[in-house]
Ligand binder design. Structure first.
Ligand code: SAM
Ligand code: SF4
Ligand code: F3S
Length: 465
């Protein structure tokens, strides 16, 4: 069956389930999303499916007939949050909302241990599905409606939800687009290869078709999603590279900005570095997670680059593109981290001068190699080092932001500020948040803003009309 027939067949199938299930037109659903952009985009697909099934998506759990919790496993704290939420929902179901249906999905459900714990401890859960089979939700709702028994469906193999499902996107003017699934890297601290499976790229034509449709509907900015976008295309029969894909997207009318998440330093190609020079739509921003500045620890993490390799790469990138904004992920307290290892991390951060950073305290994930290590770092030391790291990172970030004062920046206006309804907020090409006074009519437009002041995490400016 070709792709189009598979999609038609699937749509007929959903319609069939909907005709079985639909009792009234007034059902409401809430989706709670934990984790990364992958999960945010999966929730957009779930919202699309639920709307197709007649649900209205609302924010208020108390007012909902159906709650879906889309979970993340990356750190212990993420899992604990989900257990807390499921506990609260139990209370709701037992008291004020007896007919509430509850589904749990996402990365935690791909892990047997977490899934069994949920089944065992939370008898309020009606449906469980994983990251690879969102498309089966209508069938699971139908099954559960027949016998009121928990309906569970997990698929270990990556299957492509994107070409079957639409997405009810949070924004019309900026969109996530999956270009690949899974990860083959097995960094020794990370659970993602166990929850998202092996790396698998989406066909280039399918990605381009989706982006063309988005552009035709007013999308200006796409963020390409993958755990390691630099190895895009490796498993495809029509060999292609990530850089090839970027060049093709750059040619799509209507798209004005291209972003991507995430690149692994070991796989960055010269082709990609030069693409920053060639492609006018590629944002002047690179998120390049380093994790640690200690070559010894990087080896234990299975990252496959040294501190020197990383610094050389950064030098090359800055030589070709001196204005690029750099961002990273850093991990404190990986097993065996000594004071010297930590000093190496501080040294690397001072040398690179990141514009933004995401800092994490190592969290032991059962099933990963690092979790078996006997030399876990005590919590007190982890927290002290974490603070010292921020004390190095933040003044650099502030200085970088201050360098932008009196410059004009192109800002994609994303909405109103959370605290003031006369202030607009948006992002520069280099992904910095800018707040400025302006009319909400500009939301979704790219406008010019003169930067007047700077903080560690954002900029303020004046709209140039
Ligand atoms: N694929 C991306 C990469 O390789 O850079 C990262 C994806 S991961 C979801 C995002 C970040 O979470 C990682 O870069 C890492 O810093 C952090 N992380 C992953 N496992 C962790 C753990 N066990 N404890 C703390 N942070 C972790
Ligand atoms: Fe996790 Fe490493 Fe894969 Fe990133 S590259 S998702 S950190 S295993
Ligand atoms: Fe993302 Fe968390 Fe899964 S970070 S890939 S939602 S484990």
């Amino acid at each position: 069956m070709d792709n189009l027939n598979i999609i038609n067949d699937y749509n007929n199938n959903i319609d069939q389930y909907i005709s079985y299930i639909k009792q009234d037109n007034d059902k409401k659903a809430t989706i709670i999303t934990h984790g990364c952009q992958m999960n945010e985009h999966d929730s957009e697909k779930i919202a699309w499916l639920l709307q197709k099934m007649g649900y209205k998506i609302v924010d208020n759990i108390d007012d909902s007939d159906f709650v879906i919790v889309n979970t993340c496993s990356v750190r212990h704290s993420a899992e604990d949050k989900v257990y807390g939420q499921l506990g609260n929902l139990k209370h709701l179901k037992n008291n004020s909302n007896k007919d509430l249906k509850l589904a749990v999905c996402g990365c935690m459900m791909q892990r047997k241990e977490s899934r069994e714990y949920v089944v065992d401890k939370f008898d309020n859960v009606d449906i469980i599905f994983g990251t690879n089979n969102i498309w089966r939700l209508p069938e699971l709702i139908y099954k559960n409606s027949l016998d009121n028994k928990i309906a569970i469906d997990i698929d270990e193999n990556i299957s492509n939800n994107d070409d079957l499902l639409g997405a009810d996107r949070l924004y019309k003017f900026k969109s996530y687009v999956n270009i690949m699934y899974g990860c083959n890297n097995f960094c020794t601290f990370c659970i993602v290869p166990y929850t998202r499976g092996r790396e698998n790229s989406r066909e280039k034509e399918d990605i381009l078709r989706e982006i063309k449709e988005l552009a035709a509907n007013g999308c200006k900015e796409v963020t390409l999603l993958g755990q390691n976008v630099n190895s895009y295309g490796k498993n495809l029969s029509n060999k292609t590279s990530f850089a090839d894909l970027l060049y093709a997207i750059n040619d799509i009318d209507g798209i004005e900005r291209i972003r991507f998440m995430t690149s692994h330093p070991k796989d960055i190609s010269d082709e990609l570095i030069y693409a920053y020079k060639d492609l006018d739509k590629l944002s002047n921003f690179l998120h390049l997670p380093v994790q640690s500045g200690s070559t010894r620890l990087l080896k234990k993490m299975n990252r496959k680059y040294s501190k020197e390799d990383y610094l050389k790469l950064i030098d090359k990138i800055k030589t070709i593109n001196p204005d690029i904004a750099l961002s990273t992920d850093l991990m404190i307290g990986f097993p065996g981290e000594t004071e010297e290892d930590f000093e190496e991390t501080l040294d690397l951060c001072k040398k690179v001068e990141y514009d933004t950073s995401f800092t994490f305290i190592y969290s032991k994930r059962e099933g990963t190699i690092a979790a078996r290590s006997k030399d876990q770092v005590p919590d007190k030391i982890k927290h002290e080092r974490f603070q010292k790291l921020l004390d190095v990172l933040y003044p650099i970030q502030l200085k970088k932001n201050e360098n932008l004062i009196n410059t004009n920046q192109k800002v994609l206006v994303e909405g109103l500020s959370k605290t003031r309804n006369d202030i607009l907020t948006g992002r520069t090409e280099s992904f910095k948040t800018v707040n400025f006074k302006g009319d909400p009519k500009h939301i979704g437009e790219i406008v010019d803003v003169n930067i007047t002041s700077a903080n560690t995490f954002s900029l303020n400016g004046d709209l140039i009309e």
